[in-house]
Design a protein around this ligand. Sequence first.
Ligand code: 5GP
Length: 225
Amino acid sequence: MGSSYTRSGVFAVSAPSGAGKTTLNSRLARSHPDIEISVSLTTRNRRPGEVDGQHYHFVDRAEFQKNVDAGRMLEWAEVFGNLYGTSKSEVERITGKGHKVILEIDVQGWRTAKPKLPGALSIFILPPSMADLWERLEKRGTDSPEVCWRRFKAARDEIAAGRIYDYFIVNDDLDRAYAELEAMIARDEPGKTSGEAGKALCDRLLTEFEHSQKILELKTIHEKI
Ligand code: 5GP
């Protein structure tokens, strides 16, 4: 592994789907030419408007597996039935230019990549509440109610594993959350929330998931109990 991995300049940004990670990261990369988002490989189908080589490298399972077998992947994971992964060469391409790189990866992916990237900083973006996250997933309109519910439950599991991150940002207001992310990545400032405070944020969301009346009602509907 190249020495470029051990200096700061590599950032992992994760969030449950619907928490606003893509919006925040894209804005950051647009405003700062020296910050790039790593383009992952995926086996999922291309969505309307997505460009191959820009949003993802869209490949079939055989091609993906070839990259894994050849040891070309820094990390990979199966997310909602599709394979996603970061290639070593993509991270090297960006850091090699002296640019900062954002890995937009899920929690499983970060768990694999973390020991290989000791100098990287990891940031977990959280929704202000689980009820808010549910609304965002539904409003996005890209998924059926069943898929929304599956993503929502996966969000719960991701938040439960969230304590492996260095810093936490609550996306209660897009501009405010953006300012926090920009300070950390563009200006190398320390984050505002870490450690026990971050864990407490995750715990509050998990408690809401288990006990809120609204979520219990959703569960009854979607799991037809
Ligand atoms: P989407 O299909 O909505 O673009 O992404 C689904 C999930 O896959 C998101 O949580 C995203 O962060 C994750 N993901 C995207 N690229 C990678 C990657 O290279 N590695 C891992 N582990 N997860 C990824």
